[in-house]
Design a protein around this ligand. Structure first.
Ligand SMILES: [Zn+2]
Length: 40
């Protein structure tokens, strides 16, 4: 099983079928896209 992970908040966005365990990083999940990340 594969996972798509948000690079910004490190949470799992989505699961997808895969033969092996795979982690793909997406730039932003919908939650992070809606709310601008605090700039520090
Ligand atoms: Zn996020």
């Amino acid at each position: 099983m594969g996972e798509i992970i948000c690079q910004t908040c490190d949470s799992t966005i989505e699961h997808f079928e895969d033969e092996k365990v795979t982690k793909l990083y997406a730039d932003k999940c919908p939650n992070c896209s809606n709310h601008n990340v605090e700039q520090k």
